[in-house]
Design a protein around this ligand. Structure first.
Ligand code: TEU
Ligand code: CA
Length: 579
């Protein structure tokens, strides 16, 4: 039944396919082993051919790189190995010349401890910038031992508080000690953030921001202990106390009013927020907060909220439920959503949600492309996803994991268990499944040594995965059955029928464990049906009676069979008028 109402006001950023570039690992132009801005510029033709509309550039700002640039020491300078101010201006200009827009990462929950603001803040108790960060006195236990103000655990392990010798107080940090949280309660501090981190770049003509950990600006400022749930650890999970705090919407409104003078969009990270009503307040258009957010419920599958490396099992039913949840929530509302399975903080989707077995991974990657490419929302791809890159294998040595979160976790287990072999092998297994490192290895461009990321005689900052010989751009360009060419086709198809795929109404129509089947309806009555076999076994399947008028438009399989789906096959059927 055509519903004849256009629910979502059309916007360019709703229709966009956004591609995230992790600068360090995309393309190294000068063989120092670190990806850089000229490297990105050299690949703009590739990105245009892929069909992406927006580039999201991971933090390129000056940084000591304790957390890969999410620790910024100067918002207006460039991390030197990445290039110069001239390079970033050229990137913006060249990206635009390719008909592509560009957004930057906005990291304003915290700075680096090397930022001049923090340097000044830590000088003395009456520094004019003392209140720009969150300082609290120590507590003392019954034995007179000095303790942090709360027992909260930071996101990278260890306390959220670090002692400062000079001024004899603790400062607060949700992430690493080298990433002190800015005090958003201080209006002067907020204005400095807006000028330095936001207006400065908008005035240069960028098209928006991916907003880092946006729901953590406001905390519970009364700082009380949480109940002990993990007696083994000196700190306790407490993320509820620094997520979606009491003033969060007020702060985001203010940010929004800074952005209001520009034609830009924002996509905010909304970690640890599964509650639908809470999310709606961030994404409903009339709330005037963010244009859309990343909900992490799908990529968190298999992890414990707040405790990434405590692995849990999850089923295909869990995957389907989480993946499709926001499709329905935004329906009949003025809210907008995102479609994604990867970013620089997550393992590879083929490995996590399908199969990286060499016998299946090409089919599996294409199947995920069919699913994502026909879902409602703004579609995000992460570098390497378009060629079906997979996680590092179980044999990957622990020394190769570089991410602060991975390293901290491994060291913590070593310390807690006295290097117990079983515990250590479990820890390594967890890294192999969900470490952030899998997304951060060099992009696989060709089959030369170092995969074309840098020259053979250079040393990449992270080792290139051995899979580069089989999974790389050069071997897929122009090859009909490749993951890359499939993604290109999918992106074109999505845009051609954007009323259906970008904006359409969604409903799931099959409850079989191994199949994901959903229908999309455009406001003018056009219909499509997506079917995906999530298993490594063929499945008997025929088009449901009520949709028998639809015609096969696309399949991941060379010769699709009438009543049977092959392993990891994905298909899209559409109303005849669309063919
Ligand atoms: O990550 C945001 C964040 O809160 C994550 O810790 C998230 O909760 C986690 O991935 C879920 O397990 C952002 C950046 O994407 C990340 O790279 C940074 O390390 C972090 O912020 C700090 O800036
Ligand atoms: Ca370089």
């Amino acid at each position: 039944m055509p519903h004849l109402v256009r629910n979502h006001e059309p916007k360019w950023w709703k229709e966009a396919v956004v591609y995230e570039i992790y600068v360090s690992s995309f393309k190294d132009s000068n063989n120092d082993g670190i990806g850089d801005i000229p490297g990105i510029i050299s690949k703009l033709d590739y990105l245009r051919d892929l069909g992406v509309d927006v580039l999201w550039i991971s933090p390129h700002y000056k940084s000591p790189q304790v957390d890969m640039g999410y620790d910024i020491s100067d918002y207006q300078q460039i991390h030197e190995p990445y290039g110069s101010t001239q390079d970033i201006d050229t990137l913006t200009e060249q990206t635009h010349a390719h008909g592509i827009k560009i957004i930057f990462d906005l990291v304003i929950n915290h700075t680096s401890d090397q930022h001049p603001w923090f340097q000044e803040s830590r000088q003395s108790l009456n520094s004019p910038k003392r209140d720009w960060y969150i300082w609290r006195p120590a507590r003392y236990d019954a034995n007179g031992k000095r303790c942090p103000p709360t027992n909260w655990r930071s996101n990278f392990g260890g306390p959220t508080w670090t002692w400062d010798e000079q001024t004899q107080q603790y400062y607060f940090h949700i992430y690493a000690p080298e990433q002190p949280d800015l005090n958003w309660e201080n209006p002067e501090c907020r204005q400095a953030i807006y000028d330095s981190a936001i207006r400065f770049w908008l005035d240069k003509g960028i098209d928006g921001f991916r907003v880092d950990t946006v729901n953590r600006y406001s905390k519970n400022m009364d700082f009380r202990d949480v109940p002990v749930t993990d007696p083994k650890d000196e700190t306790q999970l407490a993320f509820q106390n620094f997520t979606n705090g009491p003033r969060i919407h007020e702060f985001i409104s203010e940010v929004r009013s800074v952005l209001a003078d520009y034609d830009v969009f924002t996509v905010g990270e909304l970690p640890n927020t599964p509650d639908e009503a809470t999310v709606m307040r961030f994404i409903s258009a009339r709330e005037e907060q963010l244009d859309m957010v990343f909900n992490f419920d799908t990529v968190y599958l298999g992890q414990t909220p707040g405790d990434r490396f405590s692995l849990q099992t999850f089923t295909k039913a869990d995957f389907k439920r989480e993946l499709t949840r926001w499709q329905k929530v935004i329906q009949d509302t003025d809210a907008w959503t995102t479609v994604f399975l990867e970013n620089h903080d997550q393992g590879r989707s083929v490995s996590r949600f399908a199969s990286d077995d060499p016998a299946h991974r090409v089919q599996a990657a294409k199947m995920l492309s069919v699913v994502l490419g026909t879902m409602t929302g703004t579609l995000y791809l992460y570098q390497g996803q378009e060629i079906g890159m997979v996680n590092a294998p179980p044999s990957y040595p622990v020394e190769e994991y570089k991410c602060i979160r991975s390293v901290n976790h491994y060291n913590k287990i070593r310390k807690q268990t006295g290097d117990d072999p079983l515990a250590m092998s479990e820890a390594l297994d967890a890294l192999q499944k969900v470490a952030r490192d899998h997304a951060r290895v060099p992009m696989q461009w060709d089959d030369s040594a170092n995969a074309g990321f840098c020259d053979a005689n250079a040393t990449p900052w992270m080792r290139v995965l051995d899979t580069y010989k089989d999974i790389n751009v050069a071997s897929q360009v122009g090859k009909k059955d490749s993951v890359l060419e499939f993604w290109k086709k999918m992106v074109r198809f999505r845009k051609q029928h954007k009323e259906l795929f970008v904006y359409g109404r969604f409903h799931a129509i099959d409850e079989r464990e191994d199949l994901l089947v959903f229908v999309k309806e455009a406001f003018d009555g056009k219909t499509s049906l997506t079917v995906a076999n999530l298993s490594d076994q063929p499945q008997e399947w025929t088009l449901p009676e009520s949709y028998s008028g639809l015609k096969l438009a696309l399949s991941t399989c060379g010769t699709p069979e009438n009543s049977r789906l092959s392993e990891f096959e994905g298909r899209v059927y559409v109303s005849e008028t669309l063919l």
